[in-house]
Design a binder for this molecule. Sequence first.
Ligand SMILES: Cc1cc2nc3c(=O)[nH]c(=O)nc-3n(C[C@H](O)[C@H](O)[C@H](O)COP(=O)(O)OP(=O)(O)OC[C@H]3O[C@@H](n4cnc5c(N)ncnc54)[C@H](O)[C@@H]3O)c2cc1C
Length: 189
Amino acid sequence: MSQQAPILIVGAGQAGAMAAAELRKLGHAERIVMVGGERHAPYERPPLSKAVLADASQQGQIGVHPPGFYAERDIDLRLGTTVTAIAPSHSVATCADGREIRFSACLLATGGSARILPDLPPGTPNVHYLRTLDDAARLREAMQRADEVLVIGGGFLGLETASTAVDLGLKVTVLEAPGGCSAAPPRPN
Ligand SMILES: Cc1cc2nc3c(=O)[nH]c(=O)nc-3n(C[C@H](O)[C@H](O)[C@H](O)COP(=O)(O)OP(=O)(O)OC[C@H]3O[C@@H](n4cnc5c(N)ncnc54)[C@H](O)[C@@H]3O)c2cc1C
């Protein structure tokens, strides 16, 4: 591996993980550093509203790449911290833990986030947003104690979650605004 500054990938989701793999496949020999805000190695989100929501044992099956993949390819995975600032003119990024990372090129693969309803911020008792593996684990535990669930949003994720809840024996109500939800402008994913 060369000693020049690494390629920095910000975001350890599916896009970041696939980009890192593709760079190695194409023969890029520079070091690769991937910084991810979550504490989990890159995983696929589609099962979060389906198999993983119903069954905790499925959690180990959803990695984008198998364990060992990143180390074998000299991809330096730094999890549980976010990049908080980037100075493009100096080719340096700063992480929430204060560390600086110099880079030769930087890919922003920071993905999307759930649309927060202003009256129901995260942390509101008995309210869950579903975006991450940790969200799915909390929601699964809550559904095990509940007998009824209100799903706000009748899009794919809402309906998949509703279907999983029905399979788990819960009474389910889905709330969908006519013409789509207008609580806040949509965020890009
Ligand atoms: C429950 C659920 C079910 C889904 N089901 C389907 C499906 O069936 N079919 C389908 O096609 N799509 C589905 N999707 C959508 C699909 O998962 C997304 O399109 C995909 O996750 C996008 O990948 P990404 O890597 O671009 O972004 P993300 O998955 O959002 O990953 C981005 C990562 O970057 C991290 N990050 C953000 N900012 C920073 C920062 N500053 N520093 C460090 N890290 C940062 C985030 O923590 C996150 O881990 C589903 C999504 C969800 C939530």
